[in-house]
Design a binder for this molecule. Structure first.
Ligand code: G1P
Length: 190
């Protein structure tokens, strides 16, 4: 089922709308403005982690410190080899308040307990029901892990990221990649 995010209620509200169709199961959240080019789909990497460790899991990547205001930012501790457990998560902190520069990207596996948390979470940053705030509440009761995934992420929510994605995907396209490369080469010599 496709749930359209309604503004200005926010991502948390959109996820809560899905509760009746999901019921008592763990589920993926996939934010379409994050495009990830990888050998293996990022969601499959998260699925494997979830099945192995039984914990909710968030895809994360390191971002420059001055970009923490664009993301949910996590602090983690290594609880086993390669397993980063989230100890804190904050939505869009200023660089000086950020617990790290490890940012959540738009891929999550969450347990259904998140719905209770969302239902009792009030408006947060940007006056929206923040998924991040509900995750902050969830991690006090259940394990939530962070997974630095394999792949290159394009933030298509900003102009530069969107254009970079179009160029990378365009050049790799088996049908039009060659002509697209020729077009770019001609442009750069104009
Ligand atoms: C949302 C989340 C944020 C996350 C980001 C990933 O923000 O609220 O925690 O880091 O997606 O793209 P948005 O991009 O909707 O501002």
């Amino acid at each position: 089922t496709y749930i359209q995010q309604s503004q200005p209620l926010g991502l948390g509200h959109a996820v809560l709308c899905a509760a009746p169709v999901i019921g008592d199961e763990s589920f993926f959240v996939h934010l379409v403005d994050d495009l990830i080019l990888s050998q293996r789909p990022c969601l499959d990497q998260l699925r494997e982690h979830y099945e192995r460790h039984g914990a909710s899991v968030l895809a994360v990547e390191t971002v420059p410190r001055d970009q923490t205001t664009n993301y949910g930012i996590v602090a983690t501790e290594e609880v086993a080899s390669g397993v980063k457990r989230v100890t804190r998560i904050v939505e869009k902190p200023k660089p000086e308040d950020a617990p790290s520069n490890l940012a959540v990207v738009g891929r999550y596996v969450l347990t259904p307990k998140i719905f209770d948390k969302l239902a009792s979470t009030g408006s947060g940053a940007d006056n929206e029901i923040q998924l991040t705030d509900a995750i902050a509440s969830l991690l006090r009761e259940e394990a939530v892990d962070a997974l630095p995934f394999e792949g290159r992420r394009y933030d298509c929510g900003n102009k530069l990221g969107y254009l970079e994605a179009a160029v990378d995907y365009g050049l790799r396209d088996p049908e039009i990649g060659g002509s697209f490369a020729a077009f770019l080469a001609a442009l750069s010599t104009d």
